[in-house]
Design a protein around this ligand. Sequence first.
Ligand code: SF4
Ligand code: SF4
Length: 171
Amino acid sequence: MGGKYVEKSVSTRNLSLLSKARNHLKAIMLGAKLFIRPIRITYRYPIVKEIPQEGYRGFIVLDDQKCIGCSLCARICPASAMKMFQPQEKKLRPAINYERCVFCGYCVDICPENALKHARTHDVVFESGESMLYIGEKFTVDPDTQLLTGNVRMYRVKVDDKRGLIYEPIR
Ligand code: SF4
Ligand code: SF4
């Protein structure tokens, strides 16, 4: 196949003087607009936090009262992050290792008792590998309750046709 692909850069395009002046003016106007009214695309974490939309697949919380210890969540986990364990004289319960979890949500979807749910929290700092293992009572604490009562400003991200991503304050 013959043919030649020739890419013309902006500088080599045959623009008239008037077009060039118009483009320069547009760029200057845009710069002035952003200087007067800057569009923030970042926020001051952790003073300001983003609340993900409903249905966000954040951390997973176990409702110990609902769990029947069937092990389906551990069996379906593609990353071997969910494992069953049985503390002495207690019932068989799942535990999750966030070092391995890929947040696919299979475990939540397959649970026949709705004993697992996703929290909307996704930003947690771990100090060690061991602290990423959620076992026993630790796995039953909903991180959203801490997030929603914390002394932080909260925003929800929205897509605006003209301005792109915008942060709508919700608290
Ligand atoms: S979310 Fe996915 S990877 Fe994480 S524990 Fe559940 S099934 Fe495993
Ligand atoms: S699938 Fe649900 S009921 Fe079964 S062990 Fe996991 S959390 Fe418990």
